[in-house]
Design a protein around this ligand. Sequence first.
Ligand code: NAD
Length: 334
Amino acid sequence: MKKVVVAGAGGFIGGHLTKKLKEMGYQVRAVDIKPLTRWYQITEGVENLVLDLKSKENCYQALNGFEEVFNLAADMGGMGFIETHKADCMLSVLINTHLIMAARDLGVQRFFYASSACVYNGSKQTDPDNPGLKEADAYPALAEDGYGWEKLFSERMCRHFTEDFGLITRVARFHNVYGPFGTYDGGREKAPAAICRKVIDGKLFDKKEIVIWGDGHQTRSFMYIDDCIKGVLDIMYSNIQEPINLGSSEMVSINQLVDYVEEIANFKLSRKYDLDAPKGVRGRNSDNTLIKQYLNWEPSIPLKDGLKKTYDWIKEQMVENKGKDSKKVVFNEF
Ligand code: NAD
């Protein structure tokens, strides 16, 4: 039975990955800084540890006796969070630094690091008609301020730990992941969840207007969580020694994303564009040439299908909470 640690297991992707690894018959240790009551998913039969992985001692405790590590722990959120918490985002470097040192010293056999499309050079993302970012487009480096630089630095740390210490590392650059059991309110949510919430809120509370960040013409691609989990596992157990895109290549504008959600809801709102809100780069898409070459696969769950499942889950949560204040903004307090 393989013994694996999931760091950031109380989070969105970590929660889904923990569940999958357990289903695969692995012995899983799940670690997160949040109290258990705030984990998105708790999987039965998994050892859960609440630890701050910025601390070196905690990282040694977390990995002790285990063979493989998936590092998904980071202080992060959507554009609204990363544009206003650059220093907090950079402090996640302590998590990866201490985890990878512990992995080296404790004889861990494989180490996965969750990087991001935010490592890509901003000057290659100024056109909404983005042809797709190739892995080489991360250099010369001009990453997203704060969050993206931390990811790029941690990617390189993985590379040098492989070169200098022989630790097997795998790095995937996630492009916007979405799905159920993630955040949809409170300031850390990303566009798909935020738009689902706003449309559901409109429907539940009979509102007429939706506020969209930016002019709605900015483009992105969005990967459904099931594709993400498959990709993480396939990359982890592959021979891919370089950082690789893990994202959908189905690019849409934010306006199209709103169209899709309104279609699912069967409800239309009038659109108000907040041009001063955080909006990130102008156009971003994933070039999947490399992943197709290596794995003969790319994320392909259609956005409309994944959005329907995400919408239904968020609606269920919001209906349960109806009557409570749906607009309360609370940042996670760690
Ligand atoms: P998430 O915020 O839901 O999960 C991250 C988890 O890390 C949280 O539960 C948080 O409590 C935990 N964490 C933060 N600081 C910690 C600490 N000091 N010690 C222990 N745990 C700590 O985010 P997610 O969407 O599941 O993302 C997982 C990973 O994937 C992150 O590294 C993120 O940067 C990366 N990523 C995600 C996306 C996306 O679209 N979701 C895109 C690109 C990259």
